[in-house]
Design a protein around this ligand. Sequence first.
Ligand code: GLV
Ligand code: MN
Ligand code: MN
Length: 422
Amino acid sequence: MSSTLSIDGDRLYRSLEALGRIGAYRDDDAGVDGVCRLAFSAADGEGRRHVVAAMKAAGLSVTVDGIGNVYARRAGREDALGPVMAGSHIDSVATAGRFDGCLGVLGALEVVRTLNDAGVITRRPLVVAFFSEEEGARFGTDMLGSAVATGRVPLERAYGLTDRDGAVVRDELEAIGFLGDAPVELPPPHAYVECHIEQGPTLRAAGVDVGVVTGVQAISWQELTIVGKSAHAGTTPMELRADPGVAASRVQLELRAMVRSGRFGDALRATMGVTVFEPGLVNVVPNRVRATVDLRHPDDAVLVRAEAELRRFLDRVALEERVTITARQTARTPDVAFAPAVIERVAAAATARGLTHQRIVSGAGHDCQEMARVCPAAMVFVPGERDGISHNPRELSTLEQCENGVNVLLDVLVGLAEEEGP
Ligand code: GLV
Ligand code: MN
Ligand code: MN
């Protein structure tokens, strides 16, 4: 169903700018201001309070659960029916722009404001949600809040996760005042829809207005601890060394060789985002390296093969470099297919608005993939400028691009909220 309503693009964009000022920092490398709102940091707390205030100002009733997920409810005409939920996250990586996650949350809130202005009450209630630590950039497990809410990650395990400095999830959540008392188990909503920036170049290059997201690729994160022996850089003969730095570098090169080999098709993505050498001194052979590996593929079976091949290489390199390598899986999600009925609604809404669109599988992880386990779910993607760069302060989608995506979100939410059933 296509709504006759349209959102206020200026108001939406202003709200993105206002949230983007919280946790802002000057990024001289990027040449623009960036955003740092790592999960449960003071800036995240401030961002949360800002969004909760906006939710309340829009007349929503807000609850916070035991992992800090925030749900803001708008009553429906038949208020006992299962609600339609929309949202995303407002935590960020340490070098973020203003759009990742925030568009889904503030977009859903803009839908509510639009309905408020028009005096429209939907049949089913609507819930605007934001989930905790979607990025996994601080505590190592992505989609943490939505994974707890949908039962994939037990609450006690989530509470015990620590960041690099040993800070614990539960304490940090309490410190920012978002250790809520609502139960974390989320009663499955009628449906869930998320609007998000694409975070890649595909839609912009194709010149289409929105992406109809059919699913998310499989994601594997590992933390490697490579231990060797520190020694004097000038006096220790090369053949006597056990250098974990060399081992880490070989792993990095092997990842690229795996991608280029063609053995995993052409869709394998491999990234070593962290390598920390200890003691980290110019004239000391390091004794320990902490590194991370991010492997992704649209087909879980192919990702399993890549993980196995990497494990074999780690064994070999450990032997050859005389180091020990411990690999700990910090996050692992299979590829996820969204619900055909919701996908079709997204495509139909775009068509009805005269917006060009194409189907796309998400390269990034999203809360929607967790929600897809418990209810029909799908996503709307908005193209990005500058080759769709993301997890970078230069991330940019224009007012019009955001407005198009959120208008589609509006139509899909209104359509779902009128649906029959429990
Ligand atoms: C989430 O941003 C991811 O890393 O895919
Ligand atoms: Mn995101
Ligand atoms: Mn992200």
